[in-house]
Design a protein around this ligand. Structure first.
Ligand SMILES: Cc1cc2nc3c(=O)[nH]c(=O)nc-3n(C[C@H](O)[C@H](O)[C@H](O)COP(=O)(O)OP(=O)(O)OC[C@H]3O[C@@H](n4cnc5c(N)ncnc54)[C@H](O)[C@@H]3O)c2cc1C
Ligand code: SF4
Length: 328
């Protein structure tokens, strides 16, 4: 590990000041950051500790909105009875993430900002990674692409976004509250993440030092009737090959509203508006689900190692739609 100075700010304002310095990074639960430091993938000069600074509460407000403090632990959110009852896709996505030990340490803020699991990004022996060394090339392009993205890719990076719960939150139109030197702002989760384009090293729209202070999820009938399906190479402790977060509001057998996002396939958690449009106003039937799933792969660009993904995406999505459609 490279040497660094550990900063322990007394309050959030001091944290954002320290965090905005060049070569400073935040650490929350440390479950991702410690790996990146010990493997010498990152070498910050300053590590700014967030423990004890951010809100860790999980609340459902009187109007039914879910509010997660930025430091709320993955395990606490997954175990919360209101989350399980009213936002089941969030609880399910968390329970299918990582392991019990990791979930006990990891925060929601850190989860949303965890770094990609691209094996070349995580290999200290690989130099050709535009995310780590802008302009150095991309070893993944002609390498092992089984776990890599097919949506939102660029000629410079095909790294998959890793978070499961980000996919669930995307399907529910969640917002993130962020705080920085210029005050607070609110972003749709979809706006938080940037596509790689020709600057894959810039992953979000956050300004230097900006912190995620909370995540807010609106209550909807589709959120209440929602589910997360994750397909992976091992049954536990593994990232998604494909995943689907689906919420449906069905009345009298007809789909009135839909929220759909997929994981394991995009360079960011991937909302699927075309699939949603193809579901709304149609009967909740197997034919509707199959027709809608055809739209999931529009724009997909595959490589030799991940040509299986578009078909797997459609099947994952159809199965997830059956789960929630069957419960409606
Ligand atoms: C073995 C293993 C398996 C895993 N499997 C899965 C999986 O299946 N699905 C899944 O979704 N995840 C998985 N993970 C990832 C895990 O969920 C993340 O490591 C964890 O959520 C990160 O949270 P943390 O609080 O530990 O963040 P840290 O490791 O402390 O930080 C992660 C990143 O977020 C930044 N950060 C942290 N908090 C904030 C904040 N409030 N504002 C701004 N920046 C912040 C840090 O600077 C850092 O860049 C796995 C991790 C491990 C180690
Ligand atoms: S896909 Fe992205 S993260 Fe992976 S090696 Fe290429 S540039 Fe680096």
């Amino acid at each position: 590990m490279y040497p660094f100075i550990l900063e322990r700010p007394r309050d959030v304002a001091a944290a954002t000041r320290l965090g905005s310095a060049d070569s400073a990074v935040y650490i929350a639960g440390g479950t991702d950051m410690m790996q990146l430091l010990t493997d010498e993938i990152l070498h910050p000069d300053h590590l700014v500790a967030l423990d004890g600074l951010l809100d860790a509460r999980i609340e459902v407000t009187p109007d039914g909105t879910l509010r997660l403090g930025g430091a709320a632990r993955m395990s606490d959110i997954a175990d919360d009875p209101d989350v399980a009852a009213v936002f089941p896709v969030v609880a399910e996505a968390l329970l299918l993430s990582a392991s019990g030990q990791v979930r006990n340490m990891a925060s929601i803020g850190g989860n949303l900002l965890q770094r990609t699991r691209c094996p070349y990004f995580r290999d200290p022996g690989v130099h050709a990674c535009n995310k780590r060394y802008p302009g150095a090339g991309c070893a993944a392009m002609d390498g092992a692409t089984r776990t890599l993205a097919v949506l939102g890719t660029s000629p410079h990076c095909i790294a998959t976004s890793a978070s499961d719960v980000a996919v669930a939150l995307m399907a529910l139109s969640a917002q993130v509250h962020v705080l920085g030197a210029h005050g607070e702002r609110v972003l749709a989760l979809d706006e938080l993440y940037r596509l790689p384009g020709d600057t894959p090293q810039i992953e979000t729209v956050l300004e230097p030092g900006e912190l995620i202070t909370s995540v807010v999820v609106p209550p909807t009938p589709a959120a209440r009737n929602s589910s997360y399906l994750k397909v992976r190479d091992r049954v536990s402790f593994e990232f998604a090959l494909t995943s689907a977060a689906v919420g449906l509001d069905v009345a009298d057998g007809v789909i009135r509203a839909a929220g759909v996002a997929m994981g394991g396939v995009g360079t960011k958690p991937w909302r699927m508006p075309l699939v949603e449009e193809a579901l709304i106003g149609r009967p909740a039937t197997a034919q509707t689900y199959r027709d809608a799933a055809q739209h999931a792969t529009e724009g997909a660009v595959t490589r030799e190692g991940n040509r299986f993904k578009p078909e797997l995406m459609k099947r994952t999505l159809v199965r997830a739609l059956h789960v929630v459609g069957g419960r409606a």
